[in-house]
Write a protein that binds this ligand. Structure first.
Ligand code: SF4
Length: 352
């Protein structure tokens, strides 16, 4: 019989994955923020290791009750850019289409933690989806549609096929990108039928896989990614820099290399958002920059993600370094990967 996901504190304690002495606080956390740990991820947790990096991402922590003044239920300002239900139109040429509010696993650092999980609407209603598709059809400037949520791959292949067909029919939409944690959370769900459902005639379909620790890329997860890549779907990654999970050069190196080995191009390394109760998982910007410098020195260019911060207030993503260029025109100084400085004149020959 298929093993069921762990969906509450009692189940986590019984499996030895959460400390019984914190039961009361953890119950309070679970009342506020969704809890689900699927078998594939539960199996990766070492119950003897109180700082296990997989547990830190998915097992509730009493510190989630500590909410600071600068944390916000909508930390990246989705609401301010939502012209119709389910659509976020922050940048001119692309929109998010938030199809569902459920996930196969609930991450403790999630920037949409106030909007996802049981007790929230599970998915866009039929009429809201129709309104969202109308919005996309009527805005010629939309070149890319990003399916997100929650996790859009919780939808059945039949529902996904319908949505991809509707998007494929929009002439000005050229790219459809699907953001998901499913290949690591429930690898078996990336079935040949689901992969076929992601085809959109005449459009480029990308899948962005969310992975934060190299241990998440089990052989089953690697096979799930291979099924997508073998079907001609380009894969990119997004990871979140998290204290005690991947905030050291060795882990990040292993993660980025493992992604590239799985034919997943590292895309974004996100600085942790100011989501409520996530302070214990955030790092400092300077630490993130140091780690990016370390990566630049030790691993292939293929393995380099862009380190970004989603600005609070809905102003979008900004790359946050590190910066290798200083000085001014005519006397630039450029740092190499070892941190040594080099002058660069930036001379050009005048063109007629
Ligand atoms: S899978 Fe994504 S949306 Fe779902 S809880 Fe994790 S980070 Fe949030």
């Amino acid at each position: 019989m298929k093993e069921a996901p762990l969906r509450n504190v009692t189940q986590l304690i019984e499996r030895g994955l959460a400390p019984v002495e914190h039961r009361l606080e953890l119950e309070k956390v679970a009342q506020r923020y969704a809890v689900t740990v699927p078998p594939a991820l539960a199996a990766l947790i070492d119950p003897a290791d109180r700082s296990d990096p997989i547990a830190r991402q998915f097992v509730p922590d009493a510190r989630e009750l500590e909410i600071t003044a600068d944390e916000n239920a909508d930390p990246i300002g989705d609401d301010a850019h939502s012209p119709v239900e389910g659509v976020v139109h922050r940048y001119p040429d692309r929109v998010l289409l938030k199809l569902v509010h459920v996930c196969a696993v609930y991450c403790r650092f999630c920037f949409r933690r106030e909007m996802v999980g049981p007790g929230k609407p599970t998915m866009l209603s039929k009429s809201a989806l129709a309104g969202a598709l109308d919005y996309i059809r009527s805005h010629q400037e939309i070149w890319e549609v990003i399916l997100t949520g929650g996790d859009p791959l919780v939808l059945s292949p039949r529902r996904l096929r319908e949505i991809m067909k509707a998007l494929a029919a929009v002439e000005h939409v050229k790219v459809i990108r699907i953001h998901t944690r499913m290949p690591v959370a429930e690898p078996e769900r990336i079935s040949p039928e689901l992969v076929r459902a992601l085809k959109a005639k005449g459009k480029a379909v990308y899948v962005a896989v969310h992975v934060n620790h190299p241990r998440e890329l089990t052989s089953a997860a690697r096979s799930a990614c291979a099924r997508l890549a073998d079907a001609g779907i380009p894969l990119v990654s997004q990871s979140v820099l998290l204290a005690g999970v991947n905030d050291d050069a060795r882990t990040l190196t292993d993660l980025m290399r493992a992604l590239v080995e799985c034919r997943i191009k590292p895309y974004y390394l996100h600085h942790g958002d100011l989501a409520p109760g996530t302070g214990h998982l955030r790092t400092e910007l300077a630490q993130g920059q140091d780690l990016m410098r370390a990566l630049r020195g030790r691993v292939s260019g293929l393995c380099q993600p862009t380190y970004v911060l989603d600005l609070p207030g809905g102003y979008g993503k900004s790359p946050i370094g590190p910066n290798y260029l200083s000085g001014a025109a005519g006397e630039y100084v450029i740092d190499d990967y070892k941190g040594e400085h080099h002058r660069y004149a930036d001379s050009v020959t005048a063109r007629s």
